[in-house]
Write a protein that binds this ligand. Sequence first.
Ligand code: ADP
Ligand code: MG
Length: 457
Amino acid sequence: MAEKKANQAIISVKKLDVIYFKGKPNEVRAVSDANLEIYPGEFVVFFGPSGCGKSTLLYAIGGLERNIEGDVFIKGKNLASIKNHELDLHRQKTIGMIFQAFYLINSLTILNNVILPQFSVNTKIKDREKKAVDLLEFFSVSKQANKFPNELSGGQQQRVAICRSLMNDPEIILADEPTGNLDSKSAIDVMNLLLELNQKQKKTIILVTHSPGSLDYASKIYYMKDGRITDVKINREPGVPIDKNSLPQNVLDRDLQTAGKEMVAKDQAVVVKESLEKISLLGDWKAKNLVSEAIFGFSYDEILKLESLVSQVIISPNKQTQQKLTDYLDKDIYQGGLGLDKRTAKKLMARFLSILQEARPIRDLSVATLAGQSLVDNKKVAEIKWHLLGYFDISLHKKQADKNFEQIISDRLSGRIDFKEVRVNLDASVKSGGVGLEKRLANKLAKYLELLILSSK
Ligand code: ADP
Ligand code: MG
């Protein structure tokens, strides 16, 4: 009996289809008729060119992609039979996720980043911290516990993300191109850690990759092309390089080389500009959703709602807006709330109120501006600058960048430039009067500055 149990598939996928824009001219069959069985302790790789459906298949298995036809069984349970809320819990406990873009939160310390998945799980704070520290220790990044993500190398950041994925003790780890952003040495390092988790801690691993170098680690490889599984290969000695000559050459060489070209041709042929824009919007939304659910256990919609309630509190801080926010945090999931326990809700509330407090310098400043003092106070501008740098954990190494940053803040406060120009200037090179921030950070910072300005009116 015991043996039979060990032989039961931990994941089983039957006749799975994932079709986007079904029935429309821009229909995309991301996954077609996928069938597979994965057993406890396997190290499985989904391999194929970019766009062939690897990530979609992975997310369907993780219960994150719900637009599916066919069946996915995890430990014998059909995902379709699990209710939404239970599915969240089920997923948080059985599955850990690692992504190419580590998705660490820059304003939180490494330790707090690792603790995040327990945010909506009831555990004692001390126990959580100990667990996180132990994990950081095991992955040799415990010295970084109180640093912020930007202070770590890419390889270290991915180690931290692996720690985070292990926080709830999942049996299964899903990794989507986890070495895609790493130099080759760190990539090998991360792959060896995954192999160790698989061999020593018996975690079942599914890794998505288009890099042939990762194939050696697999105990089983599914080759994919155009949404279909085209071949399966068992590796009897995982961790030992496989004979590359025995790999289907058509998949390895031709497809990798032509993948990019095929994608472009397909896009031009079938997708009009409008629907392309829709796809990228959807793609962005999907990414946010995947990440927020995988990491926080909240859906992106829930986070959006939360953000909007917080903005209302910041814009007009009164009992009513505060009560609305507290209600949302407190209220049961089935009544449209977040269903947090009272203590967590209280802590969150306190955090929001402290953001309010932080917005004070700007409030004072614009009162002065409104009173007709057109001159922007340099000391106040510097104060805001330090606040922004601290909040986003940015250090500007060039003096000129620092000066330009102050100029941008001053220009925005006096109304010489608008929100969009702030964003562009923050992203522009230091030489051309900008701050040289990465685009997404520039966007976030510009938005936050707007929020501060809004809250001061
Ligand atoms: P891979 O991970 O192998 O690169 P994906 O699973 O991300 O491939 O994508 C498979 C196909 O599905 C691609 O053609 C992609 O453009 C499309 N696709 C993925 N997500 C969406 C979405 N949310 N909306 C529309 N099309 C999508
Ligand atoms: Mg992918």
